[in-house]
Ligand binder design. Structure first.
Ligand SMILES: Nc1ncnc2c1ncn2[C@@H]1O[C@H](COP(=O)(O)OP(=O)(O)O)[C@@H](O)[C@H]1O
Ligand SMILES: [Mg+2]
Length: 258
């Protein structure tokens, strides 16, 4: 499959001096699910915001190409018009508007005949949104709000759907529903870039993953390769259980290789 998004050695800074991304490179291929995993503070949100053009004058260095063309420092409206749609961690809903009004904003400006089909697709995916269509978004549960944010994004017909920690704060059974829906969205042909702290969940559905620590990619591979990597197992998947010393320190079998 072709490369949809190509990021080369980007640097992103806050306040011109705090480096959040240090020469980061990655690729996202068409029709696949790519995930970026890493602990809190690694720079995952900064990466998505940089791609979406939401950080003024960033990236400071490096290039970002989407469908073979540079999107470097384009305004965010322009980037979203090209088909990069971002579901932020806080979901970015209009809390006082109804579910249906939020959805209508997703397809705002669309004139094509596919809108009706897309509504059918999202209502099939998340029947609860049809049931609750007249309810204010803020009255939905966290999981339902995540579903609404994803549904609204799909109604923009994204070429690349980027999600920031969609499982955060959700009960495991709800998080699994959200993830099953992501698989369906992917099967319907949308390319997905998913950022997560929950490596187990993300690697279950992703084709390819990057591990990010302090603004750099430290390891990359297919989901299978990452799931089989001992360091990933120990640090991100909790395989073998956590071994704790009598003084309460976490014990690692060995130093990670990156
Ligand atoms: N608005 C901001 N101003 C200054 N520093 C920030 C800002 N947002 C994030 N950072 C810093 O950038 C680094 C990466 O943060 P972030 O991208 O939010 O990581 P993650 O999403 O992986 O938790 C952290 O050190 C964080 O403190
Ligand atoms: Mg984050």
């Amino acid at each position: 499959m072709g490369v949809l998004l190509k990021i080369s050695t980007i640097e992103t800074l806050y306040y011109d001096r705090i480096y959040a991304l240090h020469g980061l490179s990655l690729e996202v291929k068409e029709k696949e699910i790519f995930t970026v995993l890493g602990p809190n503070g690694a720079g995952k949100t900064t990466l998505l915001k940089t791609i979406a053009g939401l950080l003024k004058d960033q990236p400071n260095k490096g290039t970002i190409e989407f469908m073979g063309k540079s999107i470097h420092r384009l305004p965010p409206e322009h980037i979203s018009r090209l088909g990069i749609v971002y579901v932020p961690e806080d979901r970015g809903l209009f809390r006082e508007l109804t579910v249906k009004e939020n959805l209508d904003l997703g397809c705002w400006g669309r004139r094509d005949k596919g809108v009706k089909d897309d509504y059918e697709f999202v209502y099939d995916l998340f029947p609860i949104l049809k049931e609750r269509s007249k309810q204010q978004a803020e009255t939905l549960s966290g999981g339902q709000q995540q579903m609404l944010a994803m549904a609204r994004a799909i109604l923009c017909r994204p070429k690349l759907l980027m999600l920031d920690e969609p499982s955060l704060g959700l009960a495991p059974v709800i998080a699994h529903q959200v993830y099953d829906a992501l698989l369906e969205i992917s099967k319907a042909g949308t390319t997905i870039l998913l950022v997560e702290q929950n490596a187990k969940m993300a690697l279950r559905i992703a084709d390819f993953g990057y591990i990010m620590e302090t603004g750099r990619i430290v390891l990359e591979g297919t989901s299978k390769e990452l799931q089989e990597n001992e360091d990933v197992q120990e640090l991100y998947l909790g395989v073998g259980g956590e071994r704790v010393s009598p003084k309460g320190w976490r014990l690692y079998k060995k130093r990670r290789t990156w």
